[in-house]
Design a protein around this ligand. Structure first.
Ligand SMILES: [Zn+2]
Length: 439
């Protein structure tokens, strides 16, 4: 075996796309290998949307043959486990969606919030992620995996408890940003990181989702709250806000806007469960039991939850709202909505109650993939988009790069790696699966 003199880096996927991130670092000795993120792709080779349902029944071998699973020796079920650990940056499916294929003897490190969301997704979204080998880390506390020292940095992102990793071995320091931004409710984290950055970074592996993308609509999460308030507070009928129940910042913005309007926020059981599970990371996360929040029980969600823990159903029943109550005072109601048959039925039933509005508070691309806009138009309900991106603006990417002063920058999680050299010095562009020695 050739003895390596440096850490060895392979980006298995993500050098030329957003989604499916998977990075490998191998120590000098060649004996210790780490995998950082193991995500589902978001796009196919032709950039059309990737649909997991098309592959759901594929065997592991077929997924490897189709390059959905990156070819990584000693990582997967059925083989001999040769990877020391998997590290997850956050609970977005394009960063952990393939975890179910990882050999169960390989420890998986993540934040407490990431574990909570993975738990929730197992119950409601059939993600089938095994969580028995999970180890959780504390923010900014270094831990060791054989020759590696890993320090997680809490970052601002649309997924709560997301982290960047400082990874050290053999006298070299690599900083992997994961997904981050500086304009969410935890934007101060980017300020702190850039004011007191880790020193002597050799390689910065930095996301660039926003390159070539105009996804802002609103500059930051605070502006989103104001826009929501403007729309909601003068409403004479029900308001429907379509958003992800795992985008905690957005749920907080919605809750604050609804409270300022003196209205009631109606969430579903799934959202109540997400918030409950996340209460472990902060006491200031809105809960089903708080003033101004009620919970709508759908048969499907109640059944899912009952299979998990029937006590939870009894617990959430304290805040249960019946449809009749919504129907009798629709002008007081803001419903956290999903693009599902269940919610479309509710919208249809409340239609005669006059002036409704719909707010789409997610990435615009999701709207393009659905016929929701058409459905709302048929119902005569106007739709407004209110959103801010979960990813760093170019100015924020530059702030981080200027602060960390890495010797080299490696693009990841971007469709435009070629734009990096226009903005940053010493860029090394890799291809998926290409291994380099970090000199
Ligand atoms: Zn993300």
């Amino acid at each position: 075996m050739v003895l390596l003199r440096q850490m060895r880096l392979t980006i298995h996927r993500g050098t030329h796309e957003i989604g499916g991130s998977c990075v490998e670092l191998c120590s000098n000795s060649g004996h210790t290998r780490l995998i950082i993120d193991i995500g589902l792709p978001l796009v196919n080779a032709d950039r059309s949307p990737f649909e997991w349902n098309d592959y759901r029944n594929f065997t592991q071998e077929s997924l490897l043959a189709d390059r959905i699973l990156p070819s990584i020796d000693g990582l997967y079920l059925g083989g001999k486990p040769l990877v020391a650990a998997v590290l997850l940056s956050h609970a977005h499916i394009d960063h952990y969606g393939l975890l179910r294929f990882v050999h169960p003897d390989i420890p998986v490190w993540m934040s407490i919030g990431t574990k909570s969301l993975a738990d929730v997704s197992n119950v409601f979204l059939d993600t089938s992620v095994r969580l028995d080998m999970v180890k959780t880390f504390a923010m900014w506390q270094a831990f060791h995996i054989r020759e590696f020292t890993v320090t997680p940095y809490l970052v601002d992102h649309s997924a709560p408890d997301a982290v960047a990793f400082l990874i050290e071995a053999n006298g070299q320091r690599v900083f992997y940003t994961g997904d981050f931004r500086g304009h969410g409710r935890k934007g101060v984290l980017l300020d702190r990181l850039t004011k007191a950055p880790p020193s002597n970074i050799d390689y910065l592996i930095m996301e660039g989702s926003m390159l070539g993308r105009d996804d802002g609509l609103y500059p930051g999460e605070v502006d989103v709250e104001e826009a929501l308030y403007d729309l909601i507070h003068r409403q004479q009928g029900p308001s429907y806000v379509f958003t992800s129940s795992q985008n905690l910042d957005r749920l907080v913005s919605i809750y604050r806007a609804v409270r300022r309007s003196g209205k009631l926020l109606v969430i579903d059981l799934y959202t109540a469960f997400v918030l409950d599970k996340l209460s472990i990371i902060s006491p200031s996360i809105p809960q089903f039991s708080w003033d101004g929040i009620r919970v709508l029980f759908s048969h499907y969600h109640a059944q899912r939850l009952a299979e998990q823990d029937v006590e939870l159903l009894y617990k959430y029943r304290r805040a249960k709202i019946e449809f009749e109550e919504i129907h009798s005072t629709p002008q007081d109601m803001v419903l956290l909505a999903k693009d599902s048959r269940y919610f479309r039925n509710i919208i249809l039933k409340l239609k005669q109650n006059g002036e409704s509005i719909a707010i789409f508070s997610m990435w615009h691309g999701y709207l393009e993939r659905s016929d929701l806009e058409k459905f709302l138009k048929l119902c005569g309900i106007p739709l407004t988009e209110v959103h801010t991106s979960g990813h760093a603006y170019v100015s924020q990417l530059k702030r981080l790069a200027n602060a960390l002063k890495p010797r080299f920058i490696i693009p990841i999680h971007t469709f435009y790696p070629k734009k990096y050299p226009e903005m940053f010095p010493n860029v090394i562009q890799l291809n998926d699966g290409e291994a380099i020695n970090l000199s």
